[in-house]
Design a protein around this ligand. Structure first.
Ligand code: ADP
Length: 344
């Protein structure tokens, strides 16, 4: 994918991107920046498991892409000194896929299932029993002659990640001992992520440069790291050194079309459609998604949470609405009589 979403997309893109992310990933809870509450909760859960010498309770990590869910799953395995097995919802399309995965786990292993809301329904049902009793029933044969054979599993810790916790059926959600809701990061926290990554990448950045990148990172560490790498490239190519001046930062971000508050092409398209085409709303999510040529799911889980968080979009029972701040950002006069959030 080489469109202009690349640099500000919160999604990881390809293998080389994933390899670089790996190098920048914090390896312990102490190194993990921000999310203080979640860190404290996870620490307690892991400490209790360690004292009792048992696998930690199952953990559900919920939040938009790029906020650190995979990183936390790795940290859970690392801190509890257990091996980690990684899978994802889309890879588990039959109960048999899950049975094969679960029955091959070693005692105490941490199983990470990314995008767990996209797992097949039949696998979900198998997972309930596995999570609760470390047991599954395997169906053998078909029709009237079918029998189920119980199979004991090694105890394990499931770490599930989802961008859409609302899509998980209640029985599955209830079987997690702890659900962590990851929040967008504050600019100061992103500055710390950037400082740490800059050290690792060998690029020198002053405070003003870090703040500038943080401000445009959409509250997301993955984007902060990616923008930092583009700034590093710019400094290397244009200024021939490991030091990036504020002008380098601005020029690099301008080149990649990152706006001054970090909104990407899709964010801007959604805002633009909401304000111009639908006159500020209210408009239904699916209509809005069609207008920008995107899946409703992406608009709902990637675009909307950030626009709501920065106060540019409101979610009301009658649909999505643009706030006066959204008009101001697009440089469009706010029409008299336009809907205000408080009126709805
Ligand atoms: P998710 O699984 O939620 O999409 P990841 O765990 O893959 O997000 O995180 C994306 C990148 O952002 C990681 O490579 C890591 O370098 C960085 N990152 C995420 N959270 C943090 C954090 N709290 N502190 C430092 N770096 C982070």
């Amino acid at each position: 994918m080489a469109d202009d979403r690349d640099v500000t997309s919160p999604d990881a893109l390809d293998d080389s991107e994933l390899a670089i992310e790996g190098a920048l990933r914090p390896g312990s809870l102490a190194e993990f920046v921000g999310q203080q509450k979640v860190r404290g909760q996870l620490q307690l859960l892991l400490d209790a498991a360690r004292i009792q010498q048992r696998p930690a309770d199952h953990i559900l990590l919920a939040g938009p892409p790029g906020l650190g869910k995979t990183t936390l799953a790795m940290i859970v395995a690392h801190e509890s000194e257990r091996p980690l097995r990684m899978s994802s919802g889309p890879a588990i399309q039959h109960a048999g896929d899950l049975a094969a995965l679960l029955s091959s786990l070693t005692p105490g292993e941490v199983l990470f299932i990314d995008e767990i809301h996209r797992m097949a329904r039949s696998a979900e049902e198998m997972l309930y029993l596995a999570m609760e009793d470390f047991r599954i029933d395997i169906m053998v044969g078909k029709g009237a002659g079918a029998t189920s054979i119980p199979l004991d599993l090694a105890p394990f810790t499931l770490v599930g990640a989802t961008t859409r916790s609302g899509l998980l059926p209640n029985p599955l959600r209830d079987r997690f001992g702890f659900t962590a809701h990851l929040e967008y990061y504050e600019p100061e926290e992103l500055e710390r992520v950037i400082a740490r990554s800059a050290d690792k990448l060998g690029v020198r950045l002053g405070e003003a440069q870090r703040a500038e990148i943080a401000r445009r990172s959409r509250g997301t560490p993955r984007i902060a790291n990616r923008l930092l790498r583009r700034v590093r490239d710019w400094a290397l190519v244009k200024s021939g050194g490991g030091e990036a001046a504020l002008a380098d930062v601005r020029a690099a971000l301008e080149l990649y079309d990152v706006d001054e508050i970090g909104l990407d092409r899709l964010d801007r398209a959604v805002l633009d459609a909401l304000v111009r085409r639908f006159r500020g709303g209210p408009v239904g999510l699916s209509t809005l998604a069609v207008a920008v040529g995107e899946e409703s799911d992406t608009v709902e889980s990637v675009v909307e949470p950030y626009l709501v968080r920065i106060g540019y979009m409101g979610r009301t029972p009658r649909g999505r609405v643009a706030t006066p701040e959204a008009y101001a950002h697009l440089g469009i006069a706010h029409p008299d009589g336009a809907l205000h959030l408080d009126d709805l």
